[in-house]
Design a protein around this ligand. Structure first.
Ligand code: APR
Length: 231
């Protein structure tokens, strides 16, 4: 059966007003990654890390899905084969755009995670250092997002999908962060056609068979139209 696997990154949410990580105006520009996106950074300064994710959580609550998120939801709805959607994004814009099956490999802003017992629950708008876990009571609540040095979520399911896919598309991701940046090679090994859809060439552009450059709100609906027309 035809099986499309789509990987999205910060670029798909850029035109919704969520900042990207790298490049001009990127989220990391004012902060070193180690300060806000590593377990060590959290241990060193939990107030700073909570403030960073509180701000992103509040921002995410105010933004709307764009034409690219909606086009992917349309593809999931109308494509006669299987469509697996994997995102590195921690916002919920795919869900808001109409997708109901989204694999959040880097976690999500809406979640809280107990660093002591692993319990997960819905994050309040603001998290603070010392926030207690509702199950084990340890003052160890953290955002349920994957930091550098941590294992991304759902990897078994993802590699299984890549091994069986016939078309792989990476959308709005700079190709700097593994394992996601290596998915194109897995798909290629599986014999899939591979396409990069991005504002500009990513760090792994040479691994793709096809490239389409431009803003996601234009390139993604165009690509979805073509895939659906091919059937
Ligand atoms: N349309 C399409 N692509 C865009 C747009 C747009 N309007 N605006 C920016 N881009 C592209 C940029 O050219 C860049 O290649 O989106 C990409 C964003 O790259 P990053 O900021 O590096 O985001 P991402 O690849 O998702 O980062 C991966 O790194 O910091 C970690 O965990 C974090 O999930 C994140 C991971």
């Amino acid at each position: 059966m035809d099986h499309i696997v789509i990987l999205t990154g910060a670029g798909i949410s850029a035109e919704s007003g969520m900042g990207t990580f790298r490049g001009a105006g990127g989220l990391w520009e004012d902060r070193r990654v180690e300060e806000v996106a590593t377990p060590e950074g959290f241990a060193r300064d939990p107030a700073l890390v909570h403030a960073f994710y509180n701000a992103r959580r509040q921002k995410a609550a105010t933004v709307a899905p764009n034409a690219a998120h909606k086009a992917i939801a349309r593809l999931q709805r109308d494509y006669p084969g299987l469509v697996t959607l994997i995102t590195q994004n921690v916002d919920a814009l795919h869900e808001k755009g109409g997708s109901d099956r989204v694999i959040h490999m880097h976690g999500h802003l809406a979640g809280a995670l107990c660093a002591a017992c692993g319990h997960r629950w819905e994050a309040p708008a603001e998290m603070h250092p010392g926030h207690a876990c509702p199950v084990c009571n340890a003052p160890a609540a953290r955002p349920d997002v994957v930091w550098f040095g941590e294992m991304p979520y759902h990897m078994e399911e993802i590699f299984e999908a890549l091994a069986g896919c016939t078309l792989f598309a990476a959308i709005g991701t700079s190709g700097n962060v593994y394992p996601a940046a290596g998915f194109v090679q897995e798909a290629d090994r599986a014999g899939a056609h591979t396409v990069e859809i991005n504002l500009e060439p990513s760090a792994v552009v040479s691994d793709f068979a096809e490239t389409r450059f431009g803003p996601a709100t234009r390139t993604v609906p165009d690509w979805v139209d073509e895939v659906l027309a091919r059937g």
